[in-house]
Ligand binder design. Sequence first.
Ligand SMILES: [Zn+2]
Ligand SMILES: [Zn+2]
Length: 357
Amino acid sequence: MDEKVVGFLRRVYREYYFNHRNQIEIPSKISSREFGYIPFGGGMIRHLSFKSAGELAAELVRQAPSSVYCSNAMYEHPTLQMDEKGWLGADLIFDIDADSIPTPCKEKHNWWFCNSCRKGGMGIKPGKCPYCKAPTPEQVHWSCRECLGATKDHIRRLTDFLVDDFGVNSQHIQIYFSGNRGYHASVHDERFEKADPAMRSELANYIRGTGLNLKVIPQEAQTYRSPGWGRKVGLYVDARRETPMRRTQKLVDEIVIANAALIDESVTTDVHRVFRMPGTLHGNSGMLKMRVDSLDSFDPQRHPVVLGSETIAVHIDYSPEFFLNGRRFGPYDSSDVTVPTYAAVYLLARGFGGIAG
Ligand SMILES: [Zn+2]
Ligand SMILES: [Zn+2]
């Protein structure tokens, strides 16, 4: 990323934080949280602490970072090294990314980019760049309405597990769009605060249906009135009028695919994570990590687009088409174009172009 691009992105992000400081969602128990951020063109800075919302907002305006994070954990001393922090507990968090949901559209919109010669192409990345022979083209995961919709379905599955099987009050589950290609959920329920990684891993495995075994669920607990996975098995089998004789591994696999929520286990299991802060801009897209109160009406290609529409002239090395704010952009192949700021940031923050001229 060249200096002109870094300067442009910092200016846009700084202006956003200056004008929207009230939209940064301040975590509960702010003084017990660890904060971190990634500057444009730099590495992660962690172990920070803020006493108030105002202090945090002022720092975001000053630094205009690419990404901002806050710990799901609470600590006695959030600024010390990990083993000296004094862990007090952590919110239960979930991440579901469009990349991890198998959808047929991926074949159509996956593409690759060569950082050496700055050319690209559609499909799975070649072993070496066909243009300059560099050995490391980068696979780029793109998303579309279809895979973003599938991700939304998995978030619904997750909340059903939390409410139906773990007794979480749905008011205590907060859903967010991640600002890029997925959704996050935070659970504020004291019963899980002290849970260690092993227990969180069991929760994650349950929700992913990992190792589901019908032999340990008695047949009479596989009906629509049963709790947990038994109910999902009952409903699935009823719908297909399967006889008990045919409860094979293939059937188990089908039931898991139809019901599991494909959460990222490593996020849920980590009790020392710094997690993207709600109300901040994603460093790779310029879109907002935002609270989603109604999944049905939320449009991930429109509502999180919060940067301005003033146009800017850019040179885009390569990009397939994409949709933002109800508009179609691209495809671009070594193109000089004038686009709204939000679309320029979407491509330049990922390193796919530069400022024109
Ligand atoms: Zn190349
Ligand atoms: Zn897709």
